[in-house]
Ligand binder design. Structure first.
Ligand SMILES: NC(=O)c1ccc[n+]([C@@H]2O[C@H](COP(=O)([O-])OP(=O)(O)OC[C@H]3O[C@@H](n4cnc5c(N)ncnc54)[C@H](O)[C@@H]3O)[C@@H](O)[C@H]2O)c1
Length: 353
């Protein structure tokens, strides 16, 4: 099964998990958003664990309504011990099989798509999260919610790098509110279920994860740039180009996510990302040029209508908590990650607009 991913990356994730992965042996995992960027990595990770590492296989139930799964996600591979259910998590679901872990990764993650689907974006994080929390509580399962670093909004520079304790600086009105605010409510639901019902909940706040498998028309910055490189068109940097981000390669992120799922302290949120380097979008272009070994033309332009403006100026995680409590340590340098991603995109992307 290729899933348009690098098998060497999947093997690296499983190897880096070491003995922790054995906790999945004989267990059942419900994964929502199973056909998205991260969902397909989870499917491939469980397939690899079952094939090469676990003595008793783990059963995976992957769920997705395919709203933004694209061509790659809509082709459902046949994998032993994996069942796919096409279902919208906004509607409750009953499962006959006892579930041990619920990973709620369904969401509308790309700013382009949450501008197009604001109500669906809000509902999947609020009603979808509540439905999955009820299911996890009924089954006595551990529950992990994929929140976002966007819950911090536009942090005051004195809170960058941003620790989990920072409360955020977020607008409840505006083009990004449907995403940021609904993720915040999703986290509140996790808090309520943990406090009131003792459900073992964790929230993960990923900081810009990238890697092979990102859809060419996802419109997040790196696939957007890779698409334009493939087409021989100049890159478009939106806004001032001075806004900063950190970028976490997918293998580092998947190890961090899985450690939270298995070992997160119940009730706790965790930042997962790579704090170094924090770079502006113009510096990202320079890094891409270095990774490709050639010049890449770029223009700094106004935000297009299709992309929500009002984006945070800086975004950089403080990952001390995941380091200390889970032993999480990102190890893939930006240049290495960019080379792996851009090489892959050059082979897979077509350059269509
Ligand atoms: N990738 C990142 O860098 C990043 C950063 C911050 C937060 N996140 C969060 O992590 C999760 C996974 O991210 P991703 O990059 O894989 O996103 P993605 O958009 O690639 O995948 C999400 C999947 O969820 C599905 N989905 C959406 N609404 C649904 C619904 N109502 N019912 C069932 N399925 C539904 C979509 O069809 C899609 O396949 C999302 O919740 C996202 O908000 C990701």
């Amino acid at each position: 099964m290729t899933e348009f991913l690098l098998q060497s990356d999947i093997a690296e994730i499983c190897q880096r998990l070491g003995s922790a992965a054995h906790d999945f042996a004989g267990k059942t995992v419900l994964l929502t958003g199973g056909r998205g960027f991260l969902g397909r990595y989870f499917m491939s990770m469980f397939a690899h664990l079952n094939e090469h590492i676990l003595e008793t296989p783990c059963q995976l139930i992957a769920m997705d309504n395919l709203i933004t799964a694209g061509k790659e996600g809509s082709e459902i591979p046949e994998i032993p011990n994996v069942t796919f259910l096409q279902h919208d998590v906004i509607n409750p679901v009953k499962l006959d099989h006892k579930v041990d872990y619920v990973i709620h990764a369904a969401g509308i993650a790309s700013p382009f798509y949450y501008r197009a689907y604001p109500l669906e974006t809000l509902e999947v994080a609020v009603r979808g999260t509540r439905n999955m929390l009820e299911l996890a509580t009924e089954h006595g399962a551990r529950f992990t919610f994929f929140s976002s670093s966007e819950i911090y909004g536009d942090p005051d520079p004195k809170h960058v790098p941003t620790p989990e304790s920072y409360r955020g600086h977020v607008s409840c009105q505006g083009p990004r509110a449907c995403y940021d605010e609904s993720k915040r409510v999703g986290e509140t639901l996790c808090y309520i279920f943990h406090e009131k019902h003792g459900t073992k909940t964790n929230t993960i706040r990923p900081f810009n994860v990238f890697g092979p498998g990102m859809q060419e028309t996802d419109y997040r910055v790196l696939p957007n740039f890779a698409n334009r490189i493939k087409a021989g068109r100049p890159l478009n940097v939106y806004g001032s180009g001075n806004q900063t981000r950190t970028f976490c390669y997918i293998t580092d992120a998947m190890v961090g996510f899985t450690l939270v799922i298995l070992k997160g302290v119940p009730g706790e949120p965790y930042n997962i990302g790579n704090p170094k380097p924090e770079i502006s979008m113009v510096e990202l272009v320079k890094n891409i040029e270095k990774a490709l070994g050639k010049k890449v033309e770029h223009n700094v332009i106004e935000y297009p209508d299709s992309y929500p403006a009002d984006e945070p100026n800086r975004r950089c995680p403080d990952i001390k908590k995941a380091r200390l409590q889970l032993g999480f340590e990102p190890g893939v340098e930006l240049q290495d990650g960019l080379k792996r991603f851009l090489n892959w995109a050059d082979k897979v992307y077509t350059g269509v607009e």
